[in-house]
Structures are given as C-alpha cells and as structure tokens.
Design a protein around this ligand. Structure first.
Ligand code: 5RP
Length: 243
C-alpha cells in the first residue's frame, strides 16, 4: 500500500491549480522540515502521501524509521534510512502519516488504503503525531469530503454481527470491503476484514469510536480522535496550510 506516487510531469500547474500530487509533496516536505530532527526515531504510516515524507527524510535527515508496512522497507533502504520497529524503539519521537479526511477538530478518518490498526499503534507510540495531506482531505466535518465511510477492522468470523451492531446502534450501514477484483473481501495487514461504516449524520466521534471498539470482534476503527497534533495540507495555490 505504500504506493509509488504518480509524479506530475511537465508543468507544475494544471488549469491554475496545483495538482494533488504536488500538494501532497508540499505538505510532506513542510512537515518533515518542521518536525523532524537528525537521529530521531520516526514512525511512518502508509499511503501515497507518506512516500514524499520518506523521500524528504532520505534526502535531508539521518533517522530511524519504524514502519507500518513491510512494503515500505525497500523505499526506506533505497533512501539510506535505518529501519527499526517497536520492539527496538517502543517510543517514537514523531509519527507522520496521511489521512483520508481531517475535520476542524483534527479528528481523522484513516484506513482508506486498508491499514489502520498498525497505523494507530505507531501514532499512539509517538510523542508527536503529524498528519500530511492534500487539499482534498481538508474538511469542516467528517463525511463532507470522504464519502466511503469510516473503516472498521474486524475479525473475519465476526463481520456480520459487527456490521449489524454498528447499523443498529449508530445508523447507516457497515459494508464489507471487497477487493477491486470482487474475488473476495479485502484482507488487512493483520489478516482481518474491513467494514466501511457509511454513517448518516455527524456523530460524537470520541464516544462513537469507544463504543464501536467495545463491540466483540472489532479490532480497531479508522477514527483517530485526539491523536493528531498538527496537520499540514498542501493547497491548490501552492501554499501549505496548517491546523
Ligand atoms: C491507509 C491510510 C492512508 O494514510 C490514507 O488512506 C491516505 O492515503 P493517501 O496518502 O494515499 O491519500 O490510512 O489505510
């Protein structure tokens, strides 16, 4: 899932707007330059935006990286960075990661790429959790930008009862995420399934997150409440907005 970004070729601007890939890079570079020092232990998540952060780290810093996905390994080694893990470095100086949506209170939806539990563990081990995203993720309220719902990682045998419990208690529907090929469900990095909870209205996210986690069979939710310290958005006009 740590995908190679499609770098924009030619003109940096497209019809007067900075394309999303350039915006991701702007956010990633600004966050790395501001928050990460040499010799720090840094946690990185997954997705296309984080690739730019690893790229910047490789060019400017010497640090130890604790990673969410083994797919990141090659990228880290390519950039001459040192690979670590939570056994060697259970406390991280900084964690940096992308997001699918960020609201005004810095509550995040994550897990659009299928990783959320390991990302939340890494973020939870860090003294500072910094989020990087392009302008499309910037939202006043969750659900305004990201239409695919809140990912919930579940133990495979429990996906039907968990789906029903979420719909009954919080409304909307929680749909099993299928592979693009439709050959079967998406299987996470922990060998679990994902339900995408398409909620109908705004919620008290902290309470809802806690309540969903109490349903037997739920491993973790893609709601990151009260975790992000600062978010960097690369904007269409080439600026970087922080919140
Ligand atoms: C993966 C994630 C990603 O951080 C999130 O989907 C953002 O990805 P991208 O940087 O490609 O937009 O949570 O499950």
């Amino acid at each position: 899932h740590l995908k190679e970004p499609t770098l924009c070729s030619g003109s940096r601007r497209h019809h007067g707007t900075l394309m999303a890939e350039e915006a991701k890079k702007l956010a990633a570079y600004a966050a790395v330059d501001t928050h990460i020092q040499n010799n720090q232990v840094v946690g990185v998540g997954s997705g296309s935006t984080i690739v730019y952060a690893v790229d910047r780290l490789g060019k400017t810093k010497i640090c130890f990286l604790s990673i969410v996905l083994i797919q990141a390994r090659q990228l880290i080694l390519q950039h001459g960075l040192t690979l670590s893990d939570l056994e060697r470095h259970p406390e991280l100086d900084v964690a940096i990661d992308g997001a699918d949506e960020v609201d005004a209170a810095l509550t995040l939806i994550k897990g659009g790429g299928g990783c959320l539990t390991q990302e939340k563990i890494v973020a939870g081990c860090a003294k500072h959790f910094i989020v990087i995203a392009d302008y499309r993720k910037d939202s006043k309220a969750l659900g305004q930008q990201w239409k695919k719902g809140v990912p919930v990682e579940v133990i495979p045998m429990a996906y039907v009862p968990v789906s029903r419990a979420i719909a009954r208690r919080f409304g909307g529907e929680a749909v099993l995420r299928m592979a693009v090929s439709k050959a079967g469900p998406v299987v996470t990095d922990n060998s679990n399934f994902i339900l995408d909870w398409k909620f109908e209205h705004a919620q008290k996210w902290k309470e809802v997150n806690t309540a969903i986690k109490m349903i037997p069979g739920v491993v973790e939710t893609g709601l990151f409440v009260g975790m992000a310290e600062r978010v960097y958005f690369g904007m269409e006009d080439g600026s970087v907005k922080t919140r």
